[in-house]
Write a protein that binds this ligand. Structure first.
Ligand code: FEO
Length: 401
């Protein structure tokens, strides 16, 4: 349980958690996550961020290899969500810091979570551009409101050239490695996309505002609060990747999601997929019963078209479909082109419901919904294929604009 040295007198002292698999509905990669926190030793010793409730002893034990808790002078709270500050009271009790730095809105959240427990805590509110000297090191604070909470801020140390970026640039990975260049590259960026599209995506306008600020700093390392630390050439790579994800420029790929009772809607899903693929749009099909809605969001990282299918059940759609759509809608992906389809036995409302739902999400709907009674035969499959073709033509036109 040793710290990892990032630069002279600067250490990672976080916790790897192989058991945490759900963040407010985002089902993570099977290995869990990492809660990073960092110590800088100087005339004033600082701990940047903490860990969830129940994990403080691991943090304090790891930190004790370089610094006993009571030697911490300053505590920086970059973000008050409880995966980072659930152990704050325990850490404050162990360290008895001279000052706790957080943003104005961080103080509000802290008061909301800790109430009377924090009445004697030495909290000092900081704003963008405020600096504190630790001795040889300086800390510069930058608020990043709504990236991804109102209270969020990042902390930059110019002497080490390290940006402590809280949730931004993070990934949910639990591993023995600490640096991004030590992990499989393809898997790493899959996790980056998974994290961004399941957590950060609605705040993409704030990301685009923040990236120039990040670009103005001389950064050797980005140390997020989750996952692996970016260094060397990978600093530019992750910043560029964030810009691409935040911009969500049209991508000539599609996702088809469906649920099915007796395989009829599933057959239609494959028909729509063929229509897309055969007209130049690579497509992924995901059953909502077999794939978590987080995996659907990750697939949408590379796609700008979405077709949704459900049979009619009790005059509406099957519940897993609506669950997935509710989650997708909340994260606000730019889905430029939509399509709806479904089979039915008696009443057949589901395709129209899906069509209207996607239109409300501001998807262009280039075709009427495909609505098929009982089993889809040759004609119905041709209709599904035609829906895919029309979606492909519409998407390609948007990609060329
Ligand atoms: Fe990792 Fe927003 O907490």
């Amino acid at each position: 349980m040793k710290p990892v040295e990032l630069a002279q007198d600067t250490y990672w002292v976080g916790v790897v958690d192989y058991d945490h698999h759900d963040f407010h509905g985002y089902s993570m990669s099977p290995e869990g996550s990492t809660y990073n926190c960092y110590v800088i030793k100087d005339e004033k010793n600082v701990l940047i961020d903490t860990v969830p409730a129940g994990k403080a002893k691991t943090l304090l034990c790891r930190m004790a290899h370089v610094l006993q808790p009571e030697k911490i002078d300053y505590l920086v709270v970059n973000h008050m969500e409880l995966d980072h500050e659930g152990s704050l009271a325990e850490v404050v009790a162990a360290c008895k810091p001279e000052k706790i730095f957080c943003s104005t809105l961080g103080l509000k959240s802290m008061a909301g979570y800790y109430g009377k427990e924090m009445k004697d805590w030495p909290v000092q509110v900081v704003k963008s551009g405020d600096t504190i000297s630790l001795g040889k090191h300086t800390l510069v604070f930058q608020e990043t409101r709504m990236l991804h909470w109102p209270d969020s801020m990042v902390t930059y140390c110019p002497e080490n050239k390290i940006l402590f970026s809280q949730d931004a640039f993070g990934q949910n990975i639990a591993t023995s490695w600490r640096f991004a260049d030590e992990h499989d590259h393809s898997d790493l960026f899959h996790r980056v996309k998974e994290y961004y599209f399941n957590i950060v995506l609605p705040y993409s306008p704030q990301v685009l505002k923040t990236l120039p600020v990040v670009g103005s700093l001389d950064i050797a390392m980005i140390a997020p609060d989750h996952g692996l630390i970016w260094r060397g050439d990978m600093v530019k790579e992750i910043v560029d990747c964030y810009r691409t994800m935040a911009e969500q420029k049209p991508r000539q790929k599609a996702v088809v999601i469906y649920d099915t009772m007796w395989s009829s809607t599933e057959r239609l899903a494959y028909g729509v997929c063929s229509g897309l693929e055969e007209n130049g749009v690579p497509t992924t099909i995901l059953s909502v019963k077999k794939n978590h809605h987080s995996a659907i969001m990750t697939a949408l990282a590379d796609a700008s078209a979405l077709a949704v299918g459900s049979p009619t059940h009790n005059n509406t759609v099957l519940p897993y479909i609506m669950s997935a759509l509710t989650y997708i809608k909340g994260l606000r992906p730019k889905i430029l082109v939509g399509g709806a389809f479904g089979s039915y036995g008696w009443s057949g409302e589901s395709p129209k419901i899906l069509q209207e739902y996607l239109a409300e999400m501001k998807c262009e709907m280039p075709a009427d919904p495909v609505r098929v009674q009982w089993r889809p035969g040759h004609e119905a499959m041709a209709e599904a294929h035609e829906l895919g073709r029309k979606m492909a033509e519409c998407l390609k036109a948007k990609c060329q604009q």
